[in-house]
Design a protein around this ligand. Structure first.
Ligand SMILES: Cc1cc2nc3c(=O)[nH]c(=O)nc-3n(C[C@H](O)[C@H](O)[C@H](O)COP(=O)(O)OP(=O)(O)OC[C@H]3O[C@@H](n4cnc5c(N)ncnc54)[C@H](O)[C@@H]3O)c2cc1C
Length: 597
């Protein structure tokens, strides 16, 4: 059976020692997030994750969701009760402003606890996860009336939210979407069209579901310039906030899919459904991007979460399973064989996963902190810098952490040998669940193109320069510290490869755009390794400082230094390989006729 324990000690190390959250006390909500408060909140989230969500993970996978003849959908047994406990704990409103019923705490803290919940039960936590994104979009682009009508009930968890973009013929290329919106004399619209693959699209866990739907108003321009965003409630909401008649949106089917069986992935048919415009006409994609950007961070977090959960089960199995003897003589002479954790190849695998998880956690929380600064800082220059860094980190976090999350889930499964392939151990579920994160919220190839095609050149490269400076300054500032030299030298070398590859795109992709496309995924991963290395540099520095200060977490801090060194030796060298692939250009990639494939 799989095991899971929330990595609270590591989260606290990242928040307090690596990021120094206390430095940000001037931001709204941060003064309340004292170290004691953070410890209490992460501890409580760990309890909910380990005791309530995790026990439903395997059973939810095996049972899946049920669609009834009347179109209603029931999630697996126990999901509603667990969701109710989640809502009672106030988790859905942790970082939402207090005026809308939330607690106004940092989004960084919301992300920290989100990791535990996704590790424990990704399919279940996706129900409120999408609601968070919908709330963010309404808060940024909705009218005051929309905010007061919908947001408080969504924050309390009484109502949930969804994101309706995808149609059968259009996923990545939303410019082709066909769902129509017809204006009505009362200012509302009538929405007609089919949306597919809608996560948490129909279920009976909440009183109402607030769908955020992209549609084209009659007569609007073709392409992405003619798309608007609408609120389409499952049940219409009266002026007094009461839930009224059923709206014209129904679940036509639920998908039978590879993983996240406990989450209802729905075909939603909008048939003359009443919808309310959010923001300006034809500006829907910009409004939906608020939701998509938040969701992309959440999906990157899912990659980390599954990787962590899979790692823990693999490490536990490797300590128990006995096969063969250590190359250096028996380590468990009283047994017929040694536990497989004595074998260097098993260790290598576990270290690889662990080194990505711990740096990935720091990367995820660092990125969430940029989001907090970008939205809450009183200083405009600070807001802009954080927003720039966030814009670069978002596709990298999503693409890299979900690619690595899947790869790590497979590697963790490998530790079980053939037993990993058998469902009852839970490793197959991790592999299947991790796979979707590489696909939705923009497939990872599209994240790579977003990074290379849009983010690098934006504002004359201002954002990417800010990131390079941040990493370069860290290496420079610590150049004189002998103890940090093995880390800073490796990071600097990686940064050089990254900067050289960036320059290569500048010189070779304008005239020949396929050079950008052919190198984009390698570039995203090259960037990812450098950021993870940078996170290890910051973590090693924090660990050394704490050791020097006589901190009692001696084993934990020493393990940090060893794992950081493993990353420098074993993962940082990837940057040279990625650079070589990028510089090979697009010729052999594009040479064959389409018919030859
Ligand atoms: C379980 C599940 C849950 C989902 N939940 C939701 C949801 O809640 N709401 C919602 O709206 N959608 C949802 N989706 C849809 C998901 O976001 C899309 O499947 C995804 O965006 C990709 O679209 P597509 O499947 O049409 O693939 P396509 O767009 O057809 O892409 C196919 C392949 O081509 C590549 N590609 C496409 N265009 C380009 C390009 N310009 N450059 C380079 N490569 C390109 C892609 O990377 C991909 O590998 C969900 C999907 C699944 C399976």
């Amino acid at each position: 059976m799989p095991v899971y324990k929330a990595p609270v000690e590591d989260t606290l190390f990242v928040l307090n020692d690596v990021l120094g959250l206390e430095k940000y006390n001037n931001l709204p909500g941060f003064a309340d997030a004292t170290p004691d408060m953070i410890e209490a909140i992460t501890g409580e989230a760990a309890r909910l994750s380990e005791e309530v969500l995790f026990p439903l993970n395997l059973s939810g996978d095996q049972e899946g969701c049920t669609r009834h003849d009347d179109g209603s959908v029931t999630p697996p047994k126990g999901f509603k009760q667990a969701y109710d406990q989640y809502c009672e704990g106030g988790w859905s409103g942790l970082s939402v402003p207090e005026e809308f019923g939330g607690q106004g705490l940092p989004y960084t803290l919301h992300s920290a606890v989100g990791e535990y919940m996704s590790s424990a039960n990704m399919a279940l936590i996706m129900y409120p996860g999408l609601t968070n994104g919908a709330v963010a979009a309404i808060l940024v682009h909705g009218s005051d009336a929309q905010k007061t009508t919908y947001v408080p009930n969504m924050v309390s968890g009484k109502w949930s939210g969804t994101m309706n973009l995808t149609e059968p013929h259009c996923g990545t290329d939303l410019g082709m979407l066909r769902t129509r919106a017809v204006p009505q004399p009362d200012g509302s619209y009538r929405i007609t069209g089919q949306k597919i693959f809608i996560s948490a699209g129909e279920h009976d866990m909440t009183e109402n579901i607030i769908h955020l739907v992209l549609a084209r108003i009659e007569g609007a321009p073709e392409g992405t310039k003619g798309i608007s965003l609408f609120i389409v409630p499952k049940f219409l909401v009266g002026a007094d906030g009461s839930v009224g008649a059923r709206n014209g949106v129904t679940c036509g089917a639920i998908e039978h899919k590879m993983g996240i069986h406990g989450n209802a992935t729905c075909v939603l048919n909008h048939d003359d459904a009443v919808g309310y415009l959010i923001g300006a006409e034809n500006r829907g994609l910009a409004a939906m991007f608020v939701m998509m950007n938040e969701a992309r961070l959440g999906v990157g977090l899912q990659g980390l979460a599954i990787s962590e959960a899979a790692y823990q089960s693999a490490a536990s199995y490797a300590r128990d399973r006995v096969q063969g003897r250590s190359l250096t003589g028996p380590k468990a002479p009283d047994k017929k064989a040694d536990p497989i954790i004595v074998h260097a190849d098993v260790r290598r695998t576990l270290m690889q996963i662990r080194s990505v998880n711990e740096a990935g956690r720091a990367f995820m929380l660092y990125t969430a902190l940029q989001s907090d600064i970008a939205h809450r800082s009183p200083d405009e220059a600070e807001r802009q810098k954080a927003d720039d860094i966030l814009s670069i980190m978002t596709p990298i976090l999503k693409g890299v952490m979900t690619d690595r999350g899947f790869e790590n889930a497979v590697q963790a499964q490998q530790m079980f040998g053939g037993h990993g392939y058998i469902e009852e151990h839970g490793m197959s579920q991790y592999v299947r669940d991790a796979r979707i994160a590489m696909l939705y919220e923009g497939a990872n190839g599209v994240q790579a193109m977003d990074l290379v095609g849009r983010k690098l050149a934006a504002n004359g490269g201002r954002a990417v320069m800010a990131v390079f400076k941040e990493i370069g300054d860290f290496c420079e500032d610590n150049r004189g510290d002998e103890r940090l030299a093995p880390y800073t030298k490796a990071i600097k070398k990686g940064l050089n490869d990254l900067q050289a590859s960036t320059m290569w795109f500048m010189s070779n992709a304008m005239a020949k755009p396929d050079n950008a496309g052919a190198g984009a995924t390698d570039y995203m991963h090259l960037f990812g390794v450098v950021i993870l290395g940078f996170m290890w540099g910051k973590s090693a520095k924090a660990a050394l400082e704490r050791i020097e200060a006589g901190d009692s977490r001696t084993d934990f801090l020493n393990n940090k230094l060893v794992t950081a060194m493993f990353f420098m030796e074993r993962l940082m060298p990837e940057t040279a390989l990625r650079k070589a692939r990028i510089e090979a250009g697009a010729d052999s990639v594009m040479a064959l006729d389409a018919a030859a494939f």
